[in-house]
Design a protein around this ligand. Structure first.
Ligand code: FAD
Length: 467
């Protein structure tokens, strides 16, 4: 490690938990129990689902079973981009037609507003600042991708999106070598842990039972099995995203992909003035191995990207500890974006897992014959998507139990989407490792050659990925 990354707090779940405090865990399940709906996983998907179910049908008995504590997964570790991106939209357009994908996009735009609305209504102070999303291009190839991306978004009705040249970009954020950027108002920065803790407290007040330190080992129709007892429920909803492979029978369902983050010490007033970034936009780039960043509520930069992307056998880490090479690589990205921060201290590094389906499409399903449901596969865009998925699961349960009809949400194209499973090992490991090595090599080549066309390596990697 360099002197700038020595002394970094590594793991400990995440900086967000270090900042807001690790929770005192709620009591585990003791013996068998009965509920109407059992939810497995206490992240955004599980907790939002509990929230909307209780709001819609107050007498419903809803139990959340969480292996560690609420927010232990990606929901307590993410980059805090609450934005309107959804994994798989373009494929859904190919499968179900453009109009259906436009409805999905519009539902995502409304979801950003919905999360902000509920946080306000429930008194959850999640440090939300709505500054939109700014994505920058730093090479000609990235600029070509940015323009194509911008055009595609316009075609989906995203008319309020803007395209900036180098100077306009610098007026927002002074990113070294930026040649252009694209901005959309449909995004906000937030403090992930304050949101997830606030949600857990809110659903408890509504009468939802949450058991923590309670791992579910198997999900069967009408049964969620744990070492301490079984919860019997008409509906069992699997909301375990990147951890899904750990459940019996699910090893090849969604691949657990790693993402890693670092956070700086708080920056001084002068440092902020040198960077601009007064609008607190969430900030990303158009590299194949992309980065994402936010200006935190307490004046730091939190920045993420790919570390070791995938562990053999779909294993997941425990407390978020991150390899020193990854910490150093993320520091280098930070300094490359903002050379004036060369001497800044990195305070904390951590990692988490997200769930990647074989076709990279997020989906929501309720199987009416078994009462089993699930939502996830958000890839890297789950902060807002989990809320839309949860409202959709809620409507599907209401429809199935005769307490509601079809709604705009139950008709969205990602409902009931089927996808094939991942290849067995070692193919899975070789494929994903190869894909990310190719993306990194493509980024290096595009930077070195300054060519306007995306590297062929990246197109090869897209093919391997099945995108
Ligand atoms: C480092 C990182 C950065 C990210 N940045 C962004 C971002 O800026 N914007 C964005 O939109 N998305 C981002 N994402 C993705 C986003 O955080 C996730 O998509 C979202 O939080 C998923 O929520 P979830 O509730 O479905 O899953 P999780 O938050 O992972 O929750 C699943 C829960 O299930 C529990 N669990 C697992 N197995 C079991 C079991 N057997 N029994 C009981 N409980 C179990 C886990 O402990 C966990 O608490 C990021 C992800 C990571 C890892």
């Amino acid at each position: 490690m360099s002197s700038m990354t020595s002394g970094v707090v590594n793991g400990g779940v995440s900086f967000w938990f270090a900042d807001d405090g690790l929770p005192v865990t709620r009591t585990p399940l003791v013996g068998d129990a009965v509920a109407d709906v059992a939810i497995v996983g206490g992240g955004y998907t599980g907790l939002w689902t509990a929230y909307y179910l209780k709001k819609a049908i107050p007498f419903l008995r809803v139990t959340v079973l969480e292996r560690k504590f609420c927010g232990y997964g990606a929901s307590g570790r993410n980059g805090g981009w609450l934005y309107n991106g959804i994994a798989g939209r373009d494929r859904y357009a190919r499968l179900h037609g453009h109009e259906a994908a436009v409805r999905l996009q519009q539902a995502m735009n409304a979801t950003v507003d919905e999360v902000i609305r509920v946080a306000g209504a429930e008194g959850i102070d999640a440090g939300i600042h709505r500054g939109g999303v700014l994505e920058v291009a730093r090479t000609p190839a990235q600029l070509a991708r940015l323009k194509a991306f911008h055009e595609r978004e316009l075609a989906f009705g995203e008319q309020d999106r803007e395209l900036y040249g180098a100077e306009e970009t610098a007026r927002r954020v002074r990113v070294a070598d930026a040649v252009g950027s694209s901005w959309t108002p449909h995004g906000a920065r937030l403090h992930p842990v304050r949101l997830v803790k606030g949600l857990a407290a809110t659903v408890e007040k509504l009468g939802v039972t949450i058991h923590e330190s309670t791992p579910v080992t198997e999900i069967r129709p009408k049964h969620a099995v744990t070492p301490y007892g079984t919860v019997r429920a008409s509906y069992v909803l699997r909301c375990t995203e990147g951890f899904t492979a750990g459940l019996k029978g699910q090893r090849r369902t969604w691949l657990p992909m790693n993402s890693s983050m670092v956070v700086t010490e708080p920056l001084s007033q002068e440092q902020w003035e040198a960077l601009g970034w007064a609008g607190r936009e969430t900030l990303g780039d158009m590299a194949h191995a992309y980065m994402y960043a936010q200006r935190t509520p307490d004046g730091r930069i939190a920045l993420g990207g790919r570390g070791v992307p995938y562990r053999f056998g779909s294993r997941t880490d425990n407390d978020g500890s991150t390899q020193p090479e990854t910490v150093e690589a993320l520091r280098e990205v930070l300094v490359s974006f903002f050379p004036s921060l060369a001497g800044v201290r990195i305070e904390h590094a951590w990692s988490g897992v997200l769930g990647v389906p074989r076709d990279w499409c997020a989906s929501v399903t309720l199987d009416r014959s078994s009462g089993l449901g699930w939502a996830g596969g958000y890839v890297g865009s789950g902060v807002a998507t989990a809320n839309l998925a949860a409202r959709t699961l809620c409507d599907l349960v209401a429809l199935d139990s005769g307490q509601g009809g079809r709604t705009e949400l139950t008709d969205l194209p990602w409902v009931g989407h089927k996808v094939r499973r991942w290849e067995p090992e070692p193919l899975r490991w070789l494929g994903v490792r190869g894909m990310y090595a190719a993306y990194r090599a493509a980024d290096r080549r595009e930077q070195a050659t300054y060519a306007a066309e995306s590297s062929r390596l990246a197109r090869w990697a897209d093919k391997v990925a099945g995108r």
